[in-house]
Design a protein around this ligand. Structure first.
Ligand code: TXE
Length: 486
């Protein structure tokens, strides 16, 4: 049993009041760790430590901090397998996915921002009689709050640019997936990152998370998580004029046009639907297919879904593991029941996967990938974020109808369009109200591009220069040419 501590001012320590929470492996139902149940005093200690470190860290050049990011990437790379094994154990995701996505991307997030920053030059604007220089300085101490679906992937996505731009950090991972954040803290400690630059406080969202939002010494919040919590974040932090970046939920459409390459579209739609058991904000949880090809597509889609191997996440051959918790399993099952109540038909799945892989308290939180057809695109199952291994299948008779269906959502994060005609796909994508659209692919990521959504999927963009801008303040310095007349 791991006893995880907070990491504050370069010291691993329990919560001041000694309270702890338990952390479970959702595939086996085993308790694998305890974490501090931190409160406001722990947060204040972290903020004080960050403030003490701020001036020295902020005084480094961006290039010196970029070198730090490379050192962190190198150190995490040496722990790639340890990160993957730990992430798989903490989330129930297959070890193959934890290796390929979570551990690898956590390393590349640091490597990317180090390299990207070296390609940037100072922004200037020349006038006839003056030159404007845009100077960037740190925001100061920032709060980074992250969810349980891609724990270190999403934490490192924020930590890297925050450090690069000279900020100090108070980070809070999800209380149900704390372990790889701890590996990051251990790694930064081993590298002798100056004490107080990075602080990690564990605990419940409404307690320690809320305290981070309310801490006057925290000048910016970068949050990834559910839309409901995003509202709390905004309501709390906005009146304090903190900088805010909100990456929230999604209900993304996979749109298969009549001329799509069917095998490409089927493979892409299955990946988009069930990667990480559908627990990725970018997942394609609504599949819209031209009625002319719907029968053939559905047949091949169901065959592909039925070939997904569900099982023990620690086995290399496992493609789908458990969902994040028994509670989340029940939430997804409630949507399967709702789908039937709304007149839908379960084409495959809908039941718990008795994988034969059981923990001490019985079968882990395994649910078969589930496809429901026959629902209106306005039904609750087709409009509410389920965030699990359940998708709905719909048909359309025209591109115009497909666009209306795709945009009938409170969310606007991502989507994918499948067609052989690339110009048509690109033009179609401009009509989809989301922050990201893939054409004939899914989750294909260039980290320089803007990442984020509209409507209930959040506010702001992260990635490349957008992250650098979020994690810095600009001062425009206008210098008059001495020899030019006033
Ligand atoms: O998010 P939460 P969770 C969606 C998806 C999922 C839902 C809940 O719908 O079912 O969010 O997932 C902290 N003040 N996505 O539980 O609850 C909390 O402790 C400050 C989409 O992960 O929003 C955790 O660290 N912090 C998302 C973080 O917020 C608070 C990926 C996220 O928790 C808080 C994951 C508070 N009052 C889930 N309450 C995406 N867009 O990728 C909670 N937290």
């Amino acid at each position: 049993m791991l006893e995880i501590k907070n990491y504050i001012g370069g010291v691993f320590q329990a919560a001041l009041d000694g309270e702890t929470l338990e952390d479970y492996n959702p595939a086996t139902a085993e308790c694998i760790a305890t974490i501090p149940r931190s409160k406001v005093n722990d947060v204040q200690m972290a903020v004080d430590a960050a403030h003490s470190a701020q001036s020295e860290w902020g005084a480094l050049s961006m290039l010196e901090r970029a070198d730090w990011l490379d050192r962190i990437a190198d150190a995490l790379e040496k722990k790639h397998e340890h990160i993957a094994q730990t992430e798989s154990m903490d989330t129930g995701k297959p070890i193959s996915l934890a290796r390929r996505v979570d551990a690898s991307r956590s390393v590349s997030n640091f490597r990317f921002f180090a390299g990207f920053s070296r390609e940037q030059s100072e922004m200037t604007f020349e006038m006839a009689d003056a030159m404007n220089y845009v100077h960037r300085s740190p925001v100061g101490t920032v709060g980074l709050i992250t969810p349980w679906n891609l724990p270190l992937y999403l934490l490192s996505w924020k930590v890297a640019p925050a450090l690069l731009m000279g900020n100090t950090i108070v980070a809070k991972p999800s209380e149900i997936t704390p372990l790889t954040a701890n590996i990051l803290a251990e790694t930064l400690h081993e590298l002798d990152l100056p004490s107080g630059v990075f602080n990690l406080v564990h605990g419940l969202g409404p307690e320690v998370g809320q305290s981070i939002l309310e801490a006057p010494g925290i000048k910016g919040i970068s949050f990834t998580g559910g839309t409901a919590t995003g509202r709390i974040v905004a309501r709390t932090a906005a009146p304090m004029f903190k900088k805010l970046s909100l990456e929230l939920g999604g209900k993304n459409a996979t749109i298969v046009l009549k001329d799509a390459d069917l095998s490409l579209a089927v493979d892409g739609a299955v990946r988009a639907a069930f990667t990480n058991s559908g627990q990725v904000c970018l997942c394609g949880s609504r599949i819209l297919v031209d009625s002319a090809i719907a029968e053939e597509f559905t047949k091949r889609f169901i065959e592909k879904v039925n070939s997904i191997s569900i099982g023990n996440p620690s086995l290399d051959e496992t493609v789908m593991g458990s969902v994040i918790s028994p509670e989340h399993l029940e939430k997804v099952e409630s949507y399967i029941e709702l789908g039937l109540a709304e007149g839908g038909t379960v084409l495959t799945g809908g039941t718990r996967a008795m994988t034969g892989f059981t923990g001490p308290d019985g079968v882990g939180a395994f649910l078969r990938p589930t496809v429901v057809s026959g629902l209106s695109y306005t039904s609750r199952c087709a409009t509410e974020e389920i965030f699990g291994p359940m998708v709905t299948l719909h048909t359309f008779d025209s591109e115009e109808e497909a666009i209306v269906m795709a945009n009938h959502s409170e969310y606007g994060l991502a989507g994918s369009v499948w067609t052989k005609d690339l110009e048509r796909g690109r033009n179609f994508a401009t009509k989809i109200d989301t922050g990201i659209v893939w054409v004939n692919t899914w989750l294909h990521r260039d980290l320089r591009t803007p990442f984020g959504g509209v409507k209930n999927s959040g506010v702001g963009r992260e990635g490349g220069k957008w992250s650098m801008e979020f994690f810095s303040e600009m001062t425009n310095i206008c210098v008059k040419n001495p020899d030019s007349p006033e």
